[in-house]
Design a protein around this ligand. Structure first.
Ligand code: CMC
Length: 447
């Protein structure tokens, strides 16, 4: 009988402990810190001191590059493999088979709804779409050319003044009412901001239509007696909404959790999250992509533009991601959805430039070595533009579906016994104590 191949025993089989041993070379002392789920607790480092007066060791991690701020069971991302799942379900399957409202239920509750649960959920959302009439007065007070995202953020914050009961953040029933209100009303707020931006009268919701069908109607309705939403556009929006519903601890979600950790109401917290999303490095990137493509103007200018980016003169917007070091799975789905939309709307002329940028970037050493791939924002703007949305409206189209992600993460944070008010430490680099100098004694300038 030939000898059986043997494999070396793993460290675990050899009885290795799930811990980290740290030697502080300043003192020669050794500490053992437990490892759980691939992480150590930063607070376990506090015991590492040079003497009794020492505050204890901290970690320095600007921008949370390697710090998990929470445990979460909502969204899973494997950035190297390009995987995105909500509550375990692959994004590709949800985009193919689900609707935004069903996915929203899943994200909030952890399970797909039964038929009865879905019916009840859909009914509740579709029958809370109206806004208090005074919201219209707020909206009308904005300048004629106000950015729709600025209007959206302020109006979300203003909603807290209409629902003072939302301060009851420890009451699960009150939380659910605010969640339903927010998911139901953000399309109406968004549509009012759009109509204001275009100088058009506001259109009230039609609760007989689907979530995205009603949204399209509030945007487009002019003098029709009965508005019929275009089913291709409504479905494309549904898919885009599914793709944008949550994305674990991104900048906006981190803002939602941090603001919510002070126990403020969800409208105020969500206004802050939406403000974070507005930035050009985050949800504002889709707007920047369109500006960039328009500026490039012609496919023959693409190589010169890429050269400028490589010299550090600007970024290739819609490329790169903190977590994905592979093709963003959402970008793949969006590219397919774009083909379907372009069949009814006609191809966006900027598509040619985008495809050429992608082709060159995916084989250029600069982008390859830095693992820079198209992200969700690279193609979404092209679809939105083909559907007739103005560029300034793109971040709002991101904020509507992200509402459910923000709210699910907010509830998870409130229910997590590990969480407290978010309050990072700093490494102080300023002056040591020095005496105040009266004005007359300060001379003409600082020494
Ligand atoms: N174009 C050119 N170079 C880039 C880009 C880009 N889009 N993104 C990153 N780099 C370079 C960067 O200059 C750096 O190079 P070096 O090592 O030589 O200094 C390297 O790649 C690493 O970049 P980083 O800035 O350290 O990476 P980050 O994880 O801090 O930033 C990012 C992530 C998304 C902010 C960044 O990739 C970026 O600015 N992308 C363009 C904006 C964008 O498309 N944002 C949407 C993100 S997805 C949706 C969302 O979050 O809302």
């Amino acid at each position: 009988m030939s000898p059986q191949p043997t494999t070396a025993p793993t460290a675990k089989e050899q009885g290795a402990r799930e811990s980290l041993t740290i030697t502080d070379n300043r003192t020669g002392k050794t500490y053992e810190v437990p490892i759980s789920a691939g992480a150590i607790r930063a607070m376990d480092l506090r015991q590492i001191k040079t003497d009794a007066d020492d505050f204890g060791l901290m970690t320095y991690d600007p921008a949370f590059m390697n710090t998990a701020s929470t445990r979460s069971s909502i969204t899973y991302i494997d950035g190297d493999k390009g995987i995105l799942r909500y509550r375990g379900y692959p994004i590709e399957q949800l985009a193919e088979e689900s609707t935004y409202l069903e996915t929203a239920y899943l994200i909030l509750n952890g399970e797909l709804p039964t038929a009865a649960q879905y019916q009840d959920w859909e009914y509740k959302i579709l029958h809370r779409t109206f806004l208090h009439e005074n919201i219209k007065t707020h909206m009308e007070a904005f300048r004629y050319d106000a950015h729709p995202m600025g209007m959206f953020i302020s109006s979300v914050a203003a909603l807290s003044t209409y629902y003072p009961d939302s301060a009851q953040i420890s009451d699960p029933e009150s939380r659910l009412i605010q969640i339903i209100r927010l998911i139901a009303k953000v399309p109406t707020l968004a549509a009012f901001s759009y109509r204001h931006h275009r100088g058009l009268p506001y259109v009230y919701p039609d609760n007989d239509l689907s979530y995205t069908g009603n949204f399209l109607r509030m945007l487009d309705m002019m003098t029709q007696v009965k508005y019929e939403p275009d089913p291709v556009k409504a479905r494309a929006l549904d898919v885009l909404f599914i793709l944008h519903a949550d994305h674990e601890q991104n900048c906006g979600t981190n803002a939602m959790r941090a603001i919510g950790s002070s126990h403020v109401d969800p409208y105020s917290a969500m206004a802050g999250a939406a403000a974070a999303l507005y930035g050009p490095l985050h949800g504002g990137a889709n707007e920047e992509v369109l500006k960039m493509l328009t500026q490039i103007g012609n496919i023959k200018n693409v190589p010169a533009f890429i050269d400028k980016v490589k010299k550090g003169e600007g970024r290739l917007m819609g490329f790169g991601h903190r977590v994905y070091k592979n093709y963003d799975p959402r970008a793949k789905i969006i590219k397919r959805t774009a083909d379907q939309v372009f069949r009814t709307t006609g191809v966006n002329p900027l598509l040619e430039i985008a495809l050429e940028l992608e082709r060159i970037a995916l084989q250029d050493e600069y982008f390859v070595s830095r693992k820079l791939y198209p992200n969700v924002d690279f193609y979404s703007g092209l679809i939105y533009q083909a559907m007739g949305f103005p560029v300034a409206f793109f971040p709002v189209l991101f904020a509507i579906p992200r509402t459910v992600g923000w709210l699910a993460q907010w509830v998870e944070m409130l229910q997590d016994p590990d969480q407290k008010i978010a309050r990072p430490r700093q490494l102080y680099t300023g002056y040591d104590a020095r005496p105040y100098v009266p004005l007359y004694a300060r001379g003409n300038g600082h020494a």
